[in-house]
Design a protein around this ligand. Structure first.
Ligand SMILES: Cc1cc2nc3c(=O)[nH]c(=O)nc-3n(C[C@H](O)[C@H](O)[C@H](O)COP(=O)(O)OP(=O)(O)OC[C@H]3O[C@@H](n4cnc5c(N)ncnc54)[C@H](O)[C@@H]3O)c2cc1C
Length: 496
């Protein structure tokens, strides 16, 4: 059976939905292909917490994205995330490797794309719960990311899906794209397996938006390195590198940090793949207020280097490198009220004790003497004359220990003590394809455009290296999804 469309979009996460909506508004007849069943559809986007990082200078910019009441405006300090600040974060965290052209597009189009998402039905709200605290009676936002999508990533997918349905965009579920139909010059469609049966689907242009290879243990070991097959997958089980494989097979250029990925601390006993009923809550992002302890009882990272938004995506990898691939996060009673909501869910690997000695005996897999020695040295190294302040990088660090703790260092001395066992949860891989930034068209290994082939989302290489500022995945999926959808629709039109 052969069917003809203008644009086929492979995937049904945020990037794919944005590409489909954008292609549709540019006049294309669009088909989306989703490897998952309708029930499991939506990719990693559906698992996302829903924080969104975009450039804004003022409350007026935020009002393009969400409704804010006069009260909210009067009683909140939303800060800024100017283009310069966003650039600085991207460059600083990627060790100055991020592709300047791609990151310029991401940063400069981020606000406009958020407004476009709103016009496509997405609803955004201030992130009071996770990104703010009270200072002198006023709510102050930190981390340069005050807005989240209502209902999290699942909400975003639902909003965009509803608009796609209304627009008449067709979706084939249980349809796994397998290879591209390529005549040696241009891409003309996709060969798929639909409920186990082969099918050829023709289109003037194809947008690949079907994720990285984070759910493929063999590829993880191959590209990220030994041990990565042991990571848990935080999201969907369907992102196994199919889109990358299809594109590389016809000569597309690989690009970006193929040995790098986004990975966080994740409950040690979480299931192999994400559980949509728990979403992102297996994560444990409040380690900045405590200590991370490995099996030898030692610390191994600077827990307080920066807000978690700027360290969490690489500390999962640091946990994976520890013996046994686990770490305990240890807190005392002074910071209990600061721990995020994920520390209060039903499914957690947690122990508590009234003394450090009692706690040491309860930390499964940890050398107790090593742990007690580490805590004694840490407590003695904490700066006593600097005030603790969780809303800012308070500079309350340690002196004379390695690794240091640069901010939010307080002695671990107030019972009861709580500890949470974590391992590494992989979110998504950084390696992708090289694209032409204005259209999202995929380039071949000689940097020539491949007619008819576009890509978006996790599949775009060159943006993230080593690390990642939180909230950028969904926004980059939307920015490059919108671009690729438009590029593909215009290409289809010009061919017609
Ligand atoms: C637990 C968790 C929390 C997160 N929190 C945030 C957050 O708060 N903010 C943020 O910005 N980012 C967050 N992220 C990252 C964010 O989810 C991703 O960056 C983003 O969703 C990627 O979007 P995408 O469309 O590229 O991929 P996905 O959403 O993963 O979509 C890929 C799609 O392709 C489909 N697919 C795969 N292979 C095939 C095939 N062969 N044929 C057809 N379809 C196929 C999949 O089923 C899926 O529908 C989080 C991720 C996770 C896992």
């Amino acid at each position: 059976m052969t069917t003809q469309f203008d644009v086929i979009v492979v995937g049904k996460g945020n990037a794919a939905l944005c590409a489909a909506l954008s292609a549709h508004e540019n006049g294309a007849k669009v088909l989306m292909l989703e490897a998952a069943s309708e029930e499991e559809s939506g990719g990693n986007s559906r698992f996302a917490g829903g924080v969104m990082r975009f450039a804004y200078d003022s409350v007026d910019d935020l009002k393009r994205v969400t409704e804010l009441s006069d009260d909210e405006i009067a009683n909140s300090d939303f800060g800024t995330n100017t283009k310069e600040e966003f650039f600085d974060d991207l460059f600083r965290l990627t060790s100055y490797r991020t592709d300047p052209d791609l990151s310029e597009i991401l940063v400069t189009q981020s606000l406009d794309t958020m407004a476009w998402l709103r016009a496509k039905g997405a609803r955004f709200v201030p992130n009071f719960g996770r990104q703010s605290g009270m200072v002198n009676g006023r709510r102050k936002f930190f981390g340069r990311m005050p807005i989240e999508v209502s209902g999290g990533g699942a909400g975003l997918v639902q909003y965009l899906d509803a608009t796609a349905k209304k627009s008449g965009i067709e979706v084939f579920y249980d349809t796994r794209a397998a290879t591209l139909i390529f005549d040696g010059e241009r891409v003309m469609g996709v060969r798929v397996q639909q409920k186990g049966k082969p099918l050829e689907l023709r289109a003037s242009a194809v947008v690949l938006a079907c994720g990285g290879f984070e759910a493929n243990p063999e590829w993880r070991t191959r590209y990220l390195g030994p041990g990565w097959e042991l990571a848990k997958v935080r999201g969907t089980r369907f992102n196994v590198g199919d889109g990358l494989k299809m594109a590389l097979e016809i000569g597309a250029a690989p690009y970006g940090n193929w040995s790098g990925c986004h990975a966080t601390g994740w409950d040690r006993n979480a299931p192999e793949f994400g559980d949509i009923s728990v979403g992102d809550q297996f994560q444990k992002h409040s380690y900045i207020f405590g200590l991370l302890i490995n099996s030898e009882g030692k610390r191994f990272v600077d827990e307080g280097w920066d807000f978690h938004s700027f360290t969490y995506a690489k500390y999962g990898g640091a946990v994976l490198q520890q013996p046994g691939q686990f770490a305990w996060q240890v807190f005392d009673a002074k910071v209990k009220h600061l721990l995020r909501s994920e520390y209060r869910i039903k499914f957690m690997t947690k122990v508590s004790a009234n003394t450090l000695e009692e706690l040491a005996a309860k930390l499964e897999g940890v050398n107790p003497e090593g742990f007690l020695k580490t805590v004694r040295a840490y407590n003695a190294a904490v700066m006593k004359d600097v005030r603790f302040d969780h809303i800012i990088k308070d500079g309350k660090g340690t002196v004379g220990i390695d690794p240091p703790k640069s901010n939010w260092a307080q002695a671990l001395d107030t019972p009861p003590f709580d500890a949470y066992a974590t391992t590494c949860g992989i979110t998504f891989t950084f390696g992708g394809l090289r694209i032409e930034r204005e259209t999202g068209q995929v380039l071949n290994v000689h940097f020539h455009k491949i007619p008819g082939l576009y890509c978006a989302g996790e599949m775009v290489g060159g943006l993230f290296y080593f690390n990642y500022p939180s909230g950028t995945g969904l926004v980059s999926g939307a920015v490059f999804g919108r671009i690729a959808g438009r590029g593909a629709a215009l290409a289809a039109k010009s061919k017609a």
